[in-house]
Write a protein that binds this ligand. Structure first.
Ligand code: AMW
Length: 149
């Protein structure tokens, strides 16, 4: 069964975890290796649209996913971020938690990660030719899926 992320239909091949109310998928344009997304199954636009059960499941899932990507991508820390609404930098109208493994020196300035997360709308920075191939995304999802089997 295909899932939705905002207006996009998401292929099962890029999803690596599904829970009662949430799913986790690999990113088509990661700002760092292992930058993944955790979303509610229901395509709710804003954080305030979620029920408390959906919030609890979303963050419990983000916590499980964070431990896995930190380990798999040899991170030593994590950035976990939720951009709630367009003025906060949300471009896809479906709640999503960004989970990014971090390492010393991955950005010259630590908070540059937030500028990178902002870049999708400027110029051609999120055009289809900047996206990873479906094969690369499916291969990464297959690796991450193994941790949850
Ligand atoms: W936002 O700026 O809305 O907080 O972040 C949207 C994120 O979703 C970006 O990291 C972007 O690369 C990613 N993204 C958007 N559409 C898809 C998709 N169809 N599959 C995987 N990742 C996506």
């Amino acid at each position: 069964m295909s899932l939705r992320f905002g207006p996009n239909l998401i292929k099962p091949s890029v999803v690596f975890l599904r829970t009662e109310f949430s799913f986790a998928l690999v990113n088509r344009r990661p700002v760092l290796p292992g930058h993944v997304l955790v979303c509610p199954l229901r395509p709710a636009p804003r954080f305030s649209d979620l029920s408390s059960r959906e919030v609890a499941d979303l963050f419990a899932t983000a916590q499980r996913v964070a431990a896995v990507v930190e380990r798999h991508f040899s991170g030593t820390s994590l950035t976990i971020s939720l951009q709630d609404g367009p003025e906060a930098g949300q471009s896809v109208e479906h709640v999503h938690v960004h989970v990014l493994p971090r390492r010393a020196g991955d950005f010259p300035r630590n908070d540059s990660v937030y500028e990178k997360l902002e870049e999708r709308d400027e110029g051609n920075k999120d055009s289809p030719w900047t996206w990873r191939s479906e094969e690369a995304m499916a291969a990464e999802a297959a690796e991450l899926r193994k941790y949850f089997e």
